[in-house]
Design a protein around this ligand. Structure first.
Ligand code: NDP
Length: 272
């Protein structure tokens, strides 16, 4: 039989590491599948989805800027996808019903708590940014029962809206960057897109509690601007989001194939 077909849709998609990650998962688990990357501009999403399914597609990942459209397209949503308003994992069931989930948040929490052995319970957590990825990771972060999460964003109203949306799940507050003066955090997560331009949100020099952890959702072959900021400001650990990328992929793979691949060897392979 033909191997099942999967893909990642995004725009741009040129540098996606997802095909390599899923190929390594497939080799490791002995699953027969093909996984490709497709550049899909937002206005082509509906058509690309139809064409992919008609060609035997079994499931998809969606990345920037398509996660909200994937959310709209899904006929059945997981609780965490509904809460985040964004979908990064789609699949069709036997009855051709399209399901949507969001594995970004569990990917981040798994990388932090399992791979890096950073406990979040009882910690003071700062989340920088209030865009799509911040929304995707808040629910799973709050499920770890931190003491509190502060969302700091350039546009304060967006942070406030997020804090309201997630208020029922734990202690969440919102502010602008200037209000961080004098505050200390155990874990600082960068979910802004500033690292993409090699920039940083304006952060006070004494933001980190002793031994604090800095985590940049962005990843790169060289340390990102935020990873470097953490190292320069006394972080005990300052890492990029490659582990999260592999973990969110592993969760998607588990949903699609019913088997969870081991992530550590894949992360090690990508770091090389
Ligand atoms: P969005 O465009 O939805 O949000 C961007 C965020 O960055 C907003 O909070 C925005 O603030 C802020 N921002 C942008 N420019 C600046 C600036 N110059 N100064 C201060 N704040 C700024 O992006 P996403 O949430 O989708 O993605 C964010 C990052 O996360 C990307 O780098 C992406 O690559 C990464 N990512 C990594 C994943 C992984 O698996 N490792 C998974 C998902 C995302 P404002 O609201 O004021 O505009």
């Amino acid at each position: 039989p033909e191997p099942d077909r999967y893909a990642v849709f995004g725009h741009p998609i040129g540098h996606s590491r997802s095909p390599q990650i899923h190929r390594l998962f497939a080799e490791q688990t002995g699953e027969a599948l093909v996984y490709t990357a497709q550049d899909v501009p937002p206005e082509c999403f509906a058509t690309a989805l139809r064409v992919f399914r008609a060609g035997g597609g079994a499931g998809l990942n969606c990345t920037v800027p398509l996660k909200e459209q994937a959310f709209e397209a899904a006929q059945v949503l997981s609780d965490r996808a509904r809460l985040s308003g964004a979908v990064n994992t789609l699949w069709w069931d036997r009855d051709d019903v399209l399901h949507g989930d969001n594995t970004d948040g569990v990917g981040l929490v798994r990388d932090l708590t399992v791979n890096l052995e950073v406990a979040l319970t009882g910690k003071r957590v700062l989340l920088l940014g209030a865009g799509g990825s911040a929304r995707g990771v808040l629910g799973p972060l709050l499920a770890e029962r931190p003491e509190a999460i502060v969302i700091a964003n350039r546009t304060v109203s967006r942070a406030e809206e997020l804090a309201r949306r997630f208020a029922a799940l734990g202690q969440v507050a919102a502010c602008g960057f200037a209000a961080l003066e004098g505050c200390r955090f155990d874990v600082v997560i960068n979910a802004t897109s500033t690292s993409l331009q090699g920039e940083l949100p304006p952060l006070p020099d004494d933001l980190l509690a002793p031994g604090a952890v800095c985590y940049d959702l962005m990843y790169a072959d060289v340390p990102t601007a935020f990873v470097r900021w953490g190292l320069d400001h006394g972080a005990g650990l300052s890492v990029d989001g490659l582990g999260m990328l592999v973990e969110q992929a592993a969760e998607a793979f588990r949903i699609w194939r019913g088997v969870r691949p081991q992530t550590a060897p894949v992360i090690a392979c990508l770091r090389r």
